[in-house]
Ligand binder design. Sequence first.
Ligand code: KG4
Ligand code: ZN
Length: 344
Amino acid sequence: MKNTEQMLTLGIESSCDETAAAVLRGGRELLSNVISTQIPVHRKFGGVVPEIASRKHIVNVMPVIDEALSDAHVKLSDIDQIAVTYGPGLVGALLVGVSVAKALAFAQNVPLIGINHLEGHIFANFLSSPELKPPFMALVVSGGHTALVHVKDYNHFRMMGQTRDDAAGEAFDKVARVMGLPYPGGPQIDALAKEGNPDAIDFPRALAEKNNYEFSFSGLKSAVLNYLNAQKMKHIEINRADVAASFQKAVIEVLVAKALDAMRETGLDTLVLAGGVAANSALEVRLREAAAENGIAFYYPSKILCTDNAAMIACRGYYMSRVGEFADLYLNAVPGLSLTDKGE
Ligand code: KG4
Ligand code: ZN
């Protein structure tokens, strides 16, 4: 029996438009991290086309796994356990990863671990910051989710609040789309906002009252659309950089205020950022400042670990295996999987 620190976990991720595989030794030593993105394929359509995503995953999944094994200088037979995302995400896309993981686990006779993608995003921080330990507050901001999660220890979480409608990343993508920017819109808005005035337009901040940890971004999205239409009708030229900067500021202000509020309520002193929107430079800067002003330790993953990857899935898998949370070969994709409270 291998020492757990030597244990090799193969992570597999295929929930949306990235096919990814990674090999992790122990809980934090990343040996390889391969990501094959389909962004150029979906860009033509202005967003992810589920059917195309599934087909691309089928084509890419084995080459990506082979590359992850070879980058890590290990063989499939060296792998001790396989962790795979089983939700949330696109069902056809998830099923590719889940099916491959089940087949490999069966063939190699190694344990299978079913991973919640959102928990994976949080765990990306353990790879970027080896000194990080729970408890902490996690602000998860991705294309599909916006949530504040109290991470009590490696396997106990409490959902403080999440979005009632659009996720933060979804709002970035939709606003970018109406501004004629390519998919995914987040990085485009991020870049454009750098040239704009964040105080140019006063967009609404929803659910701003204290101790409310729910988010809502659909009103903000509509306000941006209305603004753009109104300017067009009045034949006033739109300053796109100002729109991007003002929209981004509205999103960031709400995220920062609610994160600080949740920290105050729980008395936690560590804040962790996670998910694709964590790659937003202004969000990172603002959270870093707010954390410093409030004596809070602040962590966020390196850019490559912010957006979808399998390293974070392997990391989450390692910590689940430590407490015997394995799946069986009946594991199915759960597209609407939520991050539910675990333990008290
Ligand atoms: O976590 P992720 O890779 O996929 C999901 O699990 O949803 O997040 C993708 C989201 C997209 O909405 C994308 O526009 C957004 O993250 N994103 C950004 C930035 N980079 C990626 N949003 C704002 N600023 C960025 N720099
Ligand atoms: Zn994600």
